[in-house]
Design a protein around this ligand. Structure first.
Ligand code: COS
Length: 381
């Protein structure tokens, strides 16, 4: 899937303009209100942002991974809460359905996901199950035409807005991932309840909450793939999600570098702009070099995915490098801004807090290291 190059460039330009003119001026308001204005969400729907990665036959834009990554870089240039509004529909919330859904399941759900009418969430993590995601305890017991789901999911992005959850639950007695199946669970079926949004370090405006399933009857027709396939589906979803997050990290790093350049040209110390001091130049050079390297890795891996290549290693490496990179870039940005970097008015400390999450969600840096090492050892180098 990919768009006509001219149509894609026009989309990219409209996203750039949207970020620059509409979203950036709202950043402090979103932080203060811990909410993205509904008018902005409506504009995102209108632009097709909820359906970036969903096929045109289901009402989406049908972008290739490379195109999606390029859009994600542009969206990355502002508060990540804006991306989160449609991020689960584009990524982890919908991709299980895209990868493993039947035509009927896709026809039922994807058009409303692509339009943004329906928000989706990905429910894998639990109170006692984080990195070891094959050990999910939520159970799904077959009972005639339905499965009965019981369990608690934790830190579920967009749970408070979601109308549909992709839920990983244990159907078999096998230990680890082999006993896990994936289900599409609508929000409005009896027994589903959502906790209060958690208070967080950053990314204000994007919400996470618990989702509790109490003897929830889910039609067997809502199972994605065969019984026992859920863990693999989740891992495939995360391969794609990790690439998307890496692209967002590149965008935020590029934004921070531009902010640093503008500030260091204007701020004067010792009789000249601080940009003329070599120690400041060193910080800018390090950030620029690392952002360029991350951009190249992300786009090359996205292209490999579009060619149908296995990107388990590449996606983990991109997520690992890009999320660590943006952490270092944000830290240098605080340093370049000095006192102003620590003060809320400049927005640098806000982005510093926001980017901390990228090293944790959709697989911690340590999980990415494990995957990279495992794949490298398997391949002999
Ligand atoms: N694509 C397709 N299949 C995959 C896969 C992938 N990326 N990764 C693993 N699998 C398959 C394996 O091939 C294996 O298949 P078989 O049972 O047929 O051999 C099966 O899934 C189990 O894989 P594995 O043995 O590697 O599972 P582990 O329990 O060792 O877990 C890690 C692997 C740690 C990599 C996994 O649990 C993980 O990614 N954890 C982090 C989860 C995460 O990102 N959480 C964030 C919350 S979601 S926002």
């Amino acid at each position: 899937m990919s768009l006509d190059p001219e149509v894609f460039e026009a989309l990219l330009e409209s996203v750039r303009r949207f970020v620059r003119e509409r979203l950036r001026p709202l950043e402090a308001d979103v932080e203060a209100a811990d909410a993205v204005p509904e008018s902005v969400v409506a504009e995102m729907r209108h632009m097709g942002l909820f359906g970036l990665s969903i096929g045109e036959e289901y009402g989406g834009l049908g972008l290739s991974m490379l195109e999606e990554a390029r859009v994600a870089i542009e969206i990355g240039r502002t508060t990540p809460a804006f991306r989160s509004v449609f991020g689960t529909n584009v990524g982890i919330g919908s991709q299980g359905l895209v990868i493993a859904g039947t035509h009927e399941q896709k026809e039922t759900w994807l058009p409303r996901i692509a339009s943004g009418e329906l928000v989706t969430s990905f429910a894998l993590t639990e109170p006692d199950v984080g990195s070891d995601s094959g050990s999910v305890r939520t159970r799904a017991v077959r009972d005639g035409d339905v499965y009965r789901l019981t369990g608690t999911k934790r830190y579920i992005t967009n749970a408070d807005k979601a109308g549909l959850f992709t839920v990983m639950a244990r159907t078999g007695s096998e230990s680890g991932g082999r006993g896990v199946s994936a289900f599409l669970v609508p929000r409005d079926v009896p027994g589903v309840s959502i906790g209060e949004p958690d208070k967080k370090m950053g990314q204000k405006g994007a919400h996470v909450a618990d989702v509790v399933f109490e003897d929830v009857a889910v039609p067997a027709a809502n199972r994605l793939g065969a019984e026992g396939q859920g863990f693999k589906i989740a891992m495939q979803v995360l391969d794609r999600g990790r690439l998307h997050i890496s692209a967002v990290c590149v965008g935020i790093a590029e934004r921070l570098i531009a902010d640093c350049v503008a500030y260091s040209l204007e701020r004067r110390q010792f009789g000249k702009p601080i940009a003329e001091h070599q120690l400041i130049q060193g910080l800018i050079a390090d950030s620029k070099t690392e952002a360029l390297a991350a951009r190249a890795l992300v786009l090359e891996t996205a292209e490999a995915k579009d060619r149908g290549e296995d990107v388990v290693l590449g996606a983990a490496a991109a997520k690992y490098f890009a999320s660590e990179m943006v952490g270092r870039v944000a830290d240098r940005a605080v340093q370049i801004f000095g006192g102003a970097g620590y003060i809320a008015d400049y927005g640098i400390e806000r982005l510093y807090r926001d980017v901390r999450l990228f090293r944790i969600y959709e697989g911690t840096s340590q999980i990415q290291q494990l995957i990279i090492a495992r794949e490298t050892l398997k391949r002999g180098g």
